[in-house]
Design a protein around this ligand. Structure first.
Ligand SMILES: *Cc1c(COP(=O)(O)O)cnc(C)c1O
Length: 754
């Protein structure tokens, strides 16, 4: 039997955003039913209110039952509205919602979800209760320039944001007391559309605050909080939004306030937009404004976690607080504050480390510096490697490293690279004694695991597996799953991915005004029986999205092999200023005009959390071929693991420590040449070899039942060895033990190399 599944049997079990859900239900409401009298007015109000409460806590986004509940209210609008429950509910009156709920028998599901949310919020039986008691009422303040929680809250661009979102969700799940601090970007990052010739166009849309789960943060007297930050050039104001993420509060600062100059009202409108001056002003608001917001709200953090250098001005404001509150000297306050600060560096790519001129620093930090009582040169020296080199700019990573007790990279290999990269900050130390450890990134399992896969785990894992997701034991039960059942579940998910791709690709053709024939052809791209390789991530050039096309004849041969064909799905945005990245996109998108690739290589526009979720849940293989060692960690491959997809990756970032020979595929031997051109040629050869000699033969090696036994064994090995280890639960437990607890005054302990 060759596993082909009719997707209709899956209807109703599709998870959020699998999108392939096709409703047969006539969702028009009103008419006769409106007079049926099922819903009394009071019930209607109460039901509406409960749905709104659910929609205002992002907890819903990692509960498949609650997501399905929202979808069932109106499956078509749900998809059109980017899976945004508040926008959806706002299209209903309480009465219309009550009627719809009666038709779909949603009342008990709403009540049940509502009860579960409150049980979750009130439960004190958490991992942190027993393991991080010392944090007590003093939460960790977690600063990040982006938070990727869900596609409907577009305040993220890529991996860093999704990591912050997953961090916050796991802190909630584990009960770690933590508050997030970020910025509210009313236009988010851009939406990507390709023109007829495959070139990326960026479009910015204003998100309506009323459609988002944002509440104005209020002062104790009930007035909305506005924080002010002085610069040499006038005052910057920011209001503060509160987002509830399970048990965790996230505060987002927003400069669109009356009282700001018109150009400053736009300051936080775009993520990673604008020039250096915009950048330093955003970072001033995030770091200094963020600390002020916490204080105004009466929150006294026990530890400060700076996720990447963007927020590294924060400790300066905390130092000022100590000096004013406790009469400390600058030096003493500095020492004290760094004891409570944790800094995480995220990239070995030089452009990823913000550097600012002395003039920009003076303009923006001058007034704070006056309060700190230090000279301009002194302040600059804190952001420099060579403290007295007047030509060296102020680097956010350098101040982050200097003002933190614990600094870490995000994978074992990235730890080595970071120690080498920053060794000149500690000239008297040997490289392996540079105080930068590592905590490898992980992903929030419940957010990335497909509903069907979760049901499979529910059937075969111990009942309490979800409270032990970050530990190895429960995952061993994957080996007792029937191989056919695992394979069927995977293929069902693959079918959902293929219908998603077809829908998106035909929509793209329609938007570009292409012919009916082309649109029709787009509805049947890709095939369910073919080995499907996915690649989705930012189109930063070091990620080499086009590596697999280095030799067009060779890849065309693999794709068109009649016995063992291959198909490819790509998605990703290039930064608006990254011309080479845009050319990579163009090159790949235009392959659809080449008959060897048409219908077999698809490019999905506007990569976001939703597109990523579809891809990583349905591919057979997730391809990752960065130029080593530039991928600090990478997390998308970790999401694939959870759903049974196999990684095929360069031994870089997380994969360098994850690959064990039996849980996926390695490209090359973990080496690179000092000349990029040579590295790229070698790596493309390795890539083809891995595909030709390992990936393709293993996938097509079937037994009498049509099952690829060795492949399924590899899927099981991948799940059992990797799922827990590269989960954000494990990651947040590590941060808690080695960083948060010691910083809050618990026992100190060194960051150990995992
Ligand atoms: C997970 C994720 C990423 C990170 O992918 P990498 O492999 O780390 O580059 C980027 N963007 C989105 C939308 C994601 O969900």
């Amino acid at each position: 039997m060759n596993a082909v599944f009719d997707i209709t049997i899956l209807e109703g079990t599709a998870t959020a955003g699998t999108g392939a859900y096709m409703t047969q239900i006539d969702y028009s409401v009103g008419g006769e039913l409106a007079t049926s009298g099922i819903a009394s007015e009071i019930d209607a109000e109460a039901l509406y209110e409960k749905c709104m409460v659910l929609a205002h806590n992002l907890w819903w986004s990692w509960q498949p039952e609650v997501t399905n509940l929202f979808r069932d209210i109106d499956p078509i609008r749900w998809r059109q509205l980017d899976h945004n429950p508040i926008a959806l509910l706002r299209e209903f009156t309480p009465d219309r919602l009550a009627i719809r709920a009666s038709e779909m028998v949603l009342h008990s599901r709403v009540n049940y979800a509502y009860r579960r949310l409150h049980e979750y919020l009130e439960s004190s039986n958490t991992w942190a209760q027993t393991n991080a008691g010392v944090l007590g009422s003093k939460p960790v303040a977690y600063f990040s320039a982006e938070f990727g929680l869900h596609e409907s809250l577009p305040v993220y661009s890529g991996g860093l944001g999704v990591l912050s979102g997953d961090h916050v969700k796991s802190a909630s799940g584990l009960g770690v007391p933590l508050v997030g601090i970020g910025l509210y970007y009313s236009h988010g990052y851009f939406k990507q559309a390709l023109s007829g010739d495959g070139y990326q166009k960026e479009e910015y849309f204003e998100t309506k605050v009323e459609d988002l789960p944002l509440e104005a943060a209020l002062l104790p007297d009930g007035t909305p909080l506005v924080v002010g930050i002085d610069t040499r050039n006038g005052r910057l104001l920011a209001k503060v939004w509160r987002v509830q993420v399970g048990r965790v509060r996230l505060f987002l600062l927003d400069c669109n306030v009356e009282g700001n100059r018109p150009e400053d009202r736009e300051l936080t409108s775009r993520l990673y937009g604008g020039d250096e001056r915009t950048r330093i002003r955003q970072e001033l608001v995030l770091g200094v404004g963020g600390v002020r917001a916490l204080r105004a709200l009466g929150i006294t953090p026990g530890a400060y976690h700076l996720n990447e250098g963007h927020s590294a001005f924060a400790p300066l404001e905390v130092i000022r607080e100590r000096m004013f509150d406790d009469g400390m000297s600058f030096d003493d306050a500095c020492r004290e504050v760094s004891q409570a600060t944790i800094f995480t560096t995220h990239t070995p790519v030089p452009a990823g480390h913000d550097r600012f001129s002395g003039a920009l620093i003076e303009e923006h930090l001058g007034p704070l510096r006056d309060l700190l009582g230090i000279s301009h040169d002194h302040l600059m020296s804190i952001g420099r490697v060579q403290t007295s080199d007047p030509n060296e700019p102020f680097c956010m990573t350098v101040i982050g490293l200097k003002l933190s007790r614990t600094a870490n990279a995000v994978s074992q290999l990235h730890g080595h690279i970071s120690r080498r990269m920053w060794r000149s900050l500690w000239p008297q130390r040997e490289e392996n004694n540079i105080p930068i450890g590592h905590i490898t990134n992980g992903v929030h399992i419940e957010s990335w695991l497909a509903g069907q896969m979760q049901q499979l785990y529910d059937r075969h894992f111990p009942a309490n597996w979800k409270t032990h997701m970050g530990e190895p034991d429960v995952w061993q039960f994957i080996h007792s799953v029937d191989p056919g059942e695992l394979w069927e579940t995977h293929n069902a998910l693959k079918n959902l991915l293929l219908s998603f791709v077809r829908r998106r690709v035909s929509r793209q053709c329609r938007r570009r005004g292409e012919s009916d024939e082309i649109i029709e052809a787009a509805r049947s791209v890709l095939s369910p029986n073919v080995l499907t390789i996915g690649f989705g991530r930012r189109f930063a050039t070091y990620k080499r999205a086009n590596l697999i096309f280095s030799n067009l004849d060779r890849i065309a041969g693999l794709i068109n092999n009649p016995d063992r064909p291959v198909q490819l799905i790509f998605a990703g945005k290039a930064h608006p200023k990254d011309e080479p990245g845009k050319r990579f996109i163009q090159e790949i998108a235009n392959l659809r005009h080449d008959s060897r690739f048409a219908g077999k290589v698809a490019f999905i526009e506007d990569y976001d959390i939703n597109v990523c979720r579809h891809l990583i849940q349905g591919v057979d293989v997730w391809l990752n071929n960065p130029r080593r060692p530039l991928e600090a960690s990478g997390t998308s491959g970790q999401k694939t693991v959870l759903n049974g997809g196999l990684n095929c990756s360069i031994l870089d970032g997380w994969w360098a420590e994850a690959y064990d020979g039996s849980n996926g595929f390695a490209i090359g031997k973990g080496t690179s040449h000092s000349e990029d051109r040579i590295t790229d040629t070698r790596d493309s050869d390795y890539l083809y070899e891995t595909l030709e000699q390992s990936v393709i033969p293993t996938f097509y090696d079937r037994d009498r039942d049509g099952l690829p036994r060795s492949w399924i064994k590899m899927m099981m090995n991948s799940i059992s060895t990797l799922a827990w280890r590269f989960s954000s639960h494990r990651m947040v437990m590590d941060y808690t033990r080695v960083a948060y607890v010691p910083a809050s005054g618990g026992l100190s302990c060194e960051i150990k190399v995992r």
